[in-house]
Design a protein around this ligand. Structure first.
Ligand code: FAD
Length: 462
């Protein structure tokens, strides 16, 4: 890597090299994991560049290619797995200033990668439309970062995940393949080359995403005497085909004390179901919840306006915001990501909840999964040791509940521990020198790696 030559090639481009600011821009929410916190604490880039246009971005990429400088792309840095952390140093490409919404049509929006999800919706709402899917970091995350690093979230109960065909329409990618980098449009099956690739196969410079009709979603909280009652009711709601929901979460009684702003609406010792429903569906949700033994404790459209304004949205109690709320109270807490496969979701949930008790408070997110009701777990874990965390993971896997390990920074280990041949083949073409976000794709570094032990990128072991 020749940083001096890079700086001289980039004369005229604003570069940040203040070590404190560079380190800030080299971090994401990796600290959710005590394992990643230990491994990645000292990771930092050498420089940050924040292009304002695709032309400027291509110019910077070309100069980095010539001078063998690694490039790690950054949207808003809200990812959880050290995804946006530059393990080999080099340049952080901060896309926050490429944030324009370029075009809104019937059913789709075209935007620059750094556009914040809530800002995109603010513009599309004028035509009665909104993004189908967003993470619970809706107010801070970028659309490029969501596509490159996220998986789904709010909206997944209706639309499934980002991996599902149709939830991304087109991506424009800048490759790192020469002094004058090529630009490639991907659509259809080719989207898998760059979506959820952590920016290892190209830089997304434009996205085209599908839109759905926008509603004034109603937040509803329903308290249940038992976790089984809440999980069973949620599964029924998730399977009710005519009910228009945007989000559906359940947490066990140990989690609700962390929802401090919602304290008046939770009951001690009870599980809680959190629902985002279309206004015309709210009464049906309330009816079904009552029939299942639940008590409606809050309905946002029935709160006084001044009370409603002080409460975070219900989706900010769900997904990884549940973990965030717990971490604010107890910094020793961490979490896992699991799947409770069909059939008998509630039985699997209860079996694991009873086995771990207070050590692992249950948190469920219901989604549409391959055309059926699916249920992800983001259980809180009262962390003791890495060995115990591994043991908890093993017990889930033995029970037939796969874990998507949030304590790993590589694509493979956070997923199914398999090489993604499509992404690997595309990386050979789009990033022949392996300069894009080094260390995140194990298959690139070591094609025959044995996933029996955690992968450690050489700079980290040093
Ligand atoms: P960053 O963190 O900046 O980047 C994420 C990854 O994408 C990195 O590898 C980065 O290098 C790469 N990248 C960024 N921009 C580009 C680009 N233009 N081209 C190529 N690569 C790029 N995630 C979910 O999926 N669902 C959730 O519900 C959810 N909830 C969360 C709640 C909390 C409290 C937190 C802290 C995180 C949550 N996340 C969730 C994770 C994260 O917020 C989202 O995935 C978010 O969309 C990431 O966007 P970002 O702009 O912050 O991306």
């Amino acid at each position: 890597m020749n940083l001096d030559a890079l700086k001289s090639d980039l004369a005229g481009v604003a570069l940040e090299d203040n070590p404190r600011i560079v380190q800030q821009k080299s971090r994401d929410f990796y600290w959710y994991s005590p394992v990643l916190k230990r491994q990645l604490e000292n990771v930092t880039a050498d420089l940050v560049a924040a292009p304002t246009s695709e032309d400027e971005l291509l110019f910077i990429l070309g100069a980095c290619f010539r001078n063998n400088v690694p490039v790690t792309v950054r949207g808003s840095g809200t990812g959880n797995y050290g995804q946006a952390m530059p393990l080999a140093g080099g340049l952080v490409l901060d896309l926050a200033r490429m944030n324009k919404v370029k075009h809104i049509g019937q059913g789709y929006v075209v935007a620059e990668p750094g556009a914040i999800l809530a800002d995109i919706d603010n513009e599309t709402r004028a035509s009665g439309q909104e993004l189908r899917l967003s993470p619970s970091t809706y107010h801070t995350a970028s659309i490029g970062g969501f596509v490159a690093g996220g998986s789904g979230g709010v909206g997944s109960i209706r639309w499934g995940g980002l991996r599902d065909t149709g939830n991304i329409i087109r991506l424009r990618i800048a490759a790192m393949d020469g002094s004058a980098p090529s630009v490639i449009d991907l659509s259809g099956a080719d989207l898998a080359k760059a979506s959820h690739a952590y920016g290892t196969t190209g830089v997304i410079t434009e996205v085209e995403m599908p839109l759905a009709p926008a509603y004034d979603w109603v937040d509803m909280l329903v308290s249940f005497p038992t976790l089984r009652g809440a999980a069973t009711c949620a599964e029924q709601l998730a399977g009710a085909d005519g009910l228009l929901l945007k989000n559906l979460s359940v947490v066990d009684m140990w989690v609700t004390p962390y929802f401090r702003r919602h304290a008046p609406y939770v009951r001690d010792g009870e599980a809680l179901m959190m629902v985002m429903a279309a206004p015309f569906a709210a009464s049906d949700v309330a009816h079904m919840a009552r029939r299942a033994g639940g008590t409606l404790t809050m309905r946002s459209d029935q709160l006084a306006e001044d009370v409603r304004r002080t409460l975070p949205a219900a989706f900010e109690l769900g997904w990884n915001h549940t973990t965030l709320r717990a971490l604010r109270v107890d910094p020793a807490i961490t979490y896992l990501q699991s799947l409770y496969p069909q059939p008998s979701i509630a039985d699997k949930v209860i079996k694991l909840a009873e086995r771990f008790g207070e050590e692992m408070p249950t948190h469920l997110e219901f989604v549409r999964f391959d055309g059926a009701v699916g249920c992800f777990g983001l259980p809180l874990v009262r962390y003791t040791t890495e060995e115990r965390l591994e043991e908890i993971i093993r017990i889930h896997e033995d029970e037939g509940c796969p874990i998507f390990n949030p304590h790993r920074y590589t694509l493979e280990e956070g997923g199914m521990k398999q090489t993604d041949e499509v992404q690997l083949a595309f990386k050979r073409r789009a990033d022949p020198k392996g300069l894009l976000n080094p260390g995140k794709m194990v298959a690139w570094d070591n094609p025959s790696y044995d996933y029996g032990k955690p992968y450690l990128f050489p700079t980290l072991s040093a």
